[in-house]
Design a protein around this ligand. Sequence first.
Ligand SMILES: *[C@@H]1O[C@H](CO)[C@@H](O)[C@H](O)[C@H]1NC(C)=O
Ligand SMILES: *[C@@H]1O[C@H](CO)[C@@H](O)[C@H](O)[C@H]1NC(C)=O
Ligand SMILES: [Ca+2]
Ligand SMILES: [Ca+2]
Length: 240
Amino acid sequence: MKTLIHALCGAIFVIASIQIWKGVAGADDFRYLTGYAGLGLSGIHHQFTEYTPDLSTVQMDNTIESACGTGFWLFYDATNYAMDSISCSWHLVNHCGNWSTYCQNMVSSLRYAGSPHGLNNNYYNLYEGTSFRGEEFRGDEDAAQLGDLDLAVSSLIVTGQAAWTFYTGLDFTGATVCVYADETTTNSGIDLDFARIENLSELGLPDNSIRSVARGCFSERVVGAAPRSHAGEEHVHDAN
Ligand SMILES: *[C@@H]1O[C@H](CO)[C@@H](O)[C@H](O)[C@H]1NC(C)=O
Ligand SMILES: *[C@@H]1O[C@H](CO)[C@@H](O)[C@H](O)[C@H]1NC(C)=O
Ligand SMILES: [Ca+2]
Ligand SMILES: [Ca+2]
């Protein structure tokens, strides 16, 4: 019994230490994106840690050419992540680089995908538009209905190691598909696991058909969990 209590205390201590470490700003898994006006990390720059719907508010509109960052960041050529904007993405851990010419000097809004609380926490982001554009519904818990994104989801991102089941009916009914992260970026032992679904045909579901979400894999149809080739089906340009 005594041994068991010791083992439990040990486990609780380990969990507590991880939680404390994760909460430290400046820890290696701290999510950020520092954008630079010039190539090679030159010129004026700004560090982003939050959703930024209009980069002119920080004098960085149509300016970024190179960056350093950690996380799954999404960039749009219009403000407010607009439905008709062009999007680029960055999914790296403590990496710096010049952006592709396609993504340079055009970004007017940016946001991240994933949990606000931890880089690789289990999380889902659902988007109104294809290629992660427009309004969003996001969370880390079951959702029996999706509010404004009911019958409107056209793309999604899953982060972390949990599976999520997406349903075409309210309250976890209807047709289902389960999604696991199928890509991982790693640097110095920090992992970022994700799946990026740019349109629902990648899940075999009709556009605008998702109505509820549950944590766990409750479907015969499983997407991810094994490396999935994106060759020839990229629509969002990688910024790096
Ligand atoms: C970025 O571009 C600058 C200017 O063209 C170049 O000097 C630098 O080597 C590039 N950096 C990388 C990592 O490619
Ligand atoms: C959805 O994605 C598939 C494959 O990635 C692509 O062939 C198709 O054109 C896309 N459809 C839309 C509406 O973007
Ligand atoms: Ca722009
Ligand atoms: Ca839609």
